[in-house]
Ligand binder design. Structure first.
Ligand SMILES: *Cc1c(COP(=O)(O)O)cnc(C)c1O
Length: 394
C-alpha cells in the first residue's frame, strides 16, 4: 500500500508489509523454501555481486520474512527492521553490530535476565564491559559514563520491577557523549511507546510477547532509525545466523493485525486488576505505571500512551503466601513470558528464582512475596474473581 507511513497505526497493523503477488493474495504467502533458483549463471552472479535485487538463500533474504520486517519497521516508525530467531538473538546481534573490543555499555539494572547475563558474562569475553545502573536515576547514569562508553541500553518499563526510565533524557545523555541509544520496547509495543520519537537510535523487541501476542512463537527484531546502517546490520545478522524463519514470520505478521486491539483490551483489563489488587488487604503494594503510587508516574504519563498490562505486586506473607496463590489460582497460567492473549502469573521466589539464595534474591530486589502478572483479554470480572478466590485462601 502506498503512503502506508501516513496512515494511522490501526491501518498500518492490518496492511503494512503486504507483498503484492500476481495471484492477488490478501496476505503474504509462506515462502517455505530454503533457497531460490537463479535463471542462469549470469543472473546468479549479478545477485551475488549486488547488481540486481533478488532472493538467493533464506538466511539472507526471504519474502515472507521481509514482509513482516517491513510491517514492524513501519509500526515503529523506523527505516528498516531485521527479524531474528528470538528476542535474545536480536539483543546479541545489536551488540555485535554496534560494539567492539574496548567498548563500554551502560545498561538498566532492571532488565530482562538473559540480557543482563549476556552483557555481564558473555560480552566481557569479547572485550566489552557493562555497568548496570538504575536508569531511572539520571545522576547514576551520568556517574557511570566512561571515556569508552559507546552505548546506553534501556529497558522501560524494566523487568520485573516496572521501573520507568526517561527516554528523552537518556537519549540526550547518549548524544552528549557520542554514544548510541538502544531501547528494548517489548513491554510497551509501538502502540504504547514510541522510542524513535524520544531519541532512540535502535529498538529491539522480543516479538515472542505482544507483537506476536498468541504465545505460539519465539522471535525477535531489531529496528533501525537510520537506513544507511542496514547493510552492515544485515551482514552481521546473516553471519551470526540468528535469523527468523518464514513460518514464524508469517505467524508474527498475522498477530500484528490485531496488535492495537489486543494491547488496548489487555490494558483496560490490567487497569481494573491493578485497582482491585491495590485495595486488597493481603497485598502490601502494587507496582503499575497507571497508579499514582508508581515512583515514575509523571514520566509514565509523559512518555507512554498508556500503562500497559504488566503488573507487579507484593503479597503479605512471603513465599508461603505466594505458593498458596500459585497453587489455587484459576484461569491464570503459571508460566513465564508475557504479552499473549491469555493471562499468566509468576512468583519468582518459588518459581524462576527459587534456585537463588535468599540473600542473592534480596540483592536483586526480588522480594519473597513478589508476584508478576501479564493480563490477557479474558473477561476482567472472571480474572478478578479468580484472584479473589485464591487470595482468600492465604
Ligand atoms: C522475553 C524478553 C526478551 C528475550 O526474548 P526471547 O524472545 O525470549 O529471546 C528480551 N527482553 C524482554 C523485555 C523480554 O520480555
Amino acid at each position: 500500500m502506498k503512503n502506508i507511513r501516513n496512515y494511522g497505526i490501526e491501518t498500518q497493523c492490518v496492511h503494512a508489509g503486504l507483498k503484492e503477488t500476481k495471484e492477488g493474495a490478501v496476505v503474504t504467502p509462506i515462502y517455505q523454501t530454503s533457497t531460490f533458483k537463479f535463471q542462469d549463471a549470469d543472473h546468479g552472479a549479478r545477485l551475488f555481486k549486488g547488481e540486481e535485487e533478488g532472493y538467493i538463500y533464506t538466511r539472507m533474504r526471504n519474502p515472507t520474512v521481509e514482509a513482516m520486517e517491513d510491517a514492524v519497521a513501519i509500526l515503529e516508525g523506523g527505516a528498516k527492521a531485521l527479524g531474528c530467531a528470538t528476542g535474545m538473538a536480536a539483543v546479541h546481534t545489536l551488540f555485535a553490530a554496534t560494539l567492539k573490543s574496548g567498548d563500554h555499555v551502560i545498561c538498566s539494572e532492571s532488565c530482562y535476565g538473559a540480557t543482563a547475563t549476556l552483557l555481564a558474562n558473555v560480552m566481557p569475553n569479547f572485550g566489552i564491559s557493562t555497568t548496570f545502573v538504575d536508569t531511572s536515576n539520571l545522576d547514576d547514569v551520568k556517574n557511570a559514563i566512561q571515556p569508552n562508553t559507546k552505548m546506553i541500553y534501556a529497558e522501560t518499563p524494566g523487568n520485573p520491577t516496572l521501573i520507568i526510565s526517561d527516554l528523552k533524557a537518556l537519549s540526550n545523555i547518549a548524544k552528549s557523549i557520542g554514544a548510541k541509544f538502544a531501547v528494548d520496547n517489548t513491554f510497551m509495543s509501538p502502540v504504547l511507546q514510541r522510542p524513535f520519537e524520544l531519541g532512540a537510535d535502535y529498538i529491539i523487541h522480543s516479538m515472542t510477547k505482544y507483537l506476536n501476542g498468541h504465545a505460539d512463537v519465539v522471535a525477535g527484531i531489531i529496528i533501525l532509525k537510520n537506513e544507511e546502517e542496514y547493510p552492515h546490520f544485515r551482514k552481521i545478522l546473516n553471519h551470526l545466523g540468528g535469523t527468523i524463519d518464514p513460518f514464524n514470520s508469517f505467524l508474527v505478521h498475522r498477530g500484528l493485525k490485531t496488535l492495537k486491539l489486543r494491547v488496548l483490551q489487555q490494558q483496560e483489563n490490567a487497569k481494573k486488576v491493578a485497582e482491585y489488587l491495590n485495595n486488597h488487604p493481603k497485598v502490601e503494594w502494587v507496582r503499575y505505571p497507571g497508579l499514582t503510587s508508581h515512583p515514575q508516574y509523571d514520566i509514565a504519563q509523559n512518555q507512554m500512551k498508556g500503562p500497559g498490562s504488566m503488573i507487579a505486586f507484593e503479597l503479605k506473607g512471603g513465599i508461603e503466601a505466594g505458593k498458596v496463590l500459585m497453587n489455587n489460582i484459576e484461569i491464570f497460567g503459571l508460566a513465564v513470558s508475557l504479552g499473549g492473549v491469555e493471562s499468566l502469573i509468576q512468583h519468582p521466589a518459588s518459581m524462576t528464582h527459587a534456585g537463588m539464595s535468599a540473600e542473592a534474591r534480596k540483592q536483586a530486589k526480588i522480594t519473597d512475596g513478589l508476584v508478576r502478572i501479564s493480563v490477557g483479554i479474558e473477561n476482567v470480572n472472571d480474572l478478578i474473581n479468580a484472584l479473589d478466590k485464591a487470595l482468600a485462601l492465604i
